[in-house]
Write a protein that binds this ligand. Structure first.
Ligand code: PBG
Length: 332
């Protein structure tokens, strides 16, 4: 059949060959400076404990974390989110606000030695409590929302005292952002910003993280304080509430199963930088499939990160941050 016999149609194919995930004429592009690299920090020096369910991720002492950050910064990743894992846990998670715990020390060392690095701290009790819940419990074993607010506020202030630029409350206690804002201001930390884990779902994708942080709840689950995956409008209300309480930045977590929530949040809350958390399970499942040769690691990771950005995220928190930033820059 000659082409003159064909009806009129648009030819897209000539354009395609030049657009891949890294090309400069792509509509959406990725850059290491938009990534946040999460790190699990522990006490001591020269300690590195690989997390079995997260290939390439390790719990690290502050000196090791600093070395990893230097590598990250060569690829333009300069924002770091710290989770602390204490040597001992107790019912109220008292180590969370100790000035000599891993997060506080690591933040102080980063501020002194890596002035270009931005330090963000996770503020939650689950890594510090022996029962693994995100707050203090009542006598009947429920998480006590209001009693937990004080603990979170104290923890956030201790992070700010150590020099944190941003504190990120992830406990999903109602009122946590306003409690933390008030405590920070009282302590003279008016310039410390708050990244709310505003819309945080009760997700099956947190499994490997709980392994890394040794924070799986010893009984029950987190469904009384984290959101049900079916809820979209509630996510918008959670974000609105965080903004009303004084959050500077907002978040949707996890990212991949919630791209619609990211898209809605980015169009509804244009004035607030939107973070998306590409969580542990999203990381580990790609690694697992890639290690079997079923998918290609690099291309899959870049496609996933691109999708999160295309949905509307301004910043992406990902355990892939360093690898992805290096691939984008062509560092091998
Ligand atoms: C703490 C917290 C969790 C994650 C971030 N902060 C775990 C949880 O809620 O159980 C998960 C992050 C990840 O899976 O990478 N509350």
């Amino acid at each position: 059949m000659s082409s003159s016999a064909l009806p009129e149609f648009r030819r897209f194919r000539p354009l395609r060959s030049s657009v891949d995930v890294r090309s400069s004429n792509a509509e959406t592009q990725l850059d290491g400076s938009e990534f946040v690299y999460p790190m699990f920090v522990i006490n001591g020096v020269n300690r590195r404990e690989p997390v079995p369910s997260m290939p390439g991720v390790a719990r690290m002492s502050s000196d090791e974390a600093m070395r990893e950050a230097e590598t990250a910064m060569l690829a333009d990743v300069n924002r770091f989110l710290f989770f602390g894992i204490p040597d001992e846990k107790d019912a109220t998670g008292t180590r969370a606000w100790s000035p000599i715990e891993a997060v506080q020390r690591t933040v102080a060392e980063f501020r002194a030695q890596l002035p270009e690095a931005k330090t963000i701290t996770d503020v939650c009790m689950c890594e510090y409590t022996d029962h693994g819940h995100c707050g203090q419990l009542t006598a009947s074993g429920e998480v006590d929302n209001d009693a937990t607010l004080d603990l979170l506020a104290q923890t956030a202030v201790s992070h700010a005292d150590a020099g944190a630029h941003v504190v990120a409350p992830s406990a999903m206690m109602d009122g946590q952002v306003s409690a933390i804002r008030a405590a920070l201001d009282d302590a003279g930390h008016e310039s410390v910003k708050i990244l709310g884990y505003s819309a945080k779902y009760a997700s099956a994708f947190y499994g490997p993280f709980r392994d890394a942080a040794d924070s799986a709840p010893s009984f029950g689950d987190r469904r009384t304080y984290q959101m049900a995956p079916s809820q979209h409008e509630e996510a918008m209300q959670e974000i609105e509430a965080d903004i009303a309480e004084g959050a500077d930045f907002i978040m949707v977590k996890p990212a991949l199963s919630y791209l619609d929530v990211i898209a809605s949040a980015s169009s509804r809350f244009r004035d607030y930088p939107l973070y998306a958390y590409n969580v542990s399970g999203e990381y580990s499942m790609i690694h697992a499939a890639a290690s079997k040769g079923w998918i290609d690691l690099e291309n899959t990771v870049l496609e996933v990160l691109l999708s999160i950005k295309r949905a509307g995220a301004d910043a992406i928190i990902s355990y892939f941050a360093i690898d992805a930033a290096r691939w984008i820059k062509g560092i091998r």
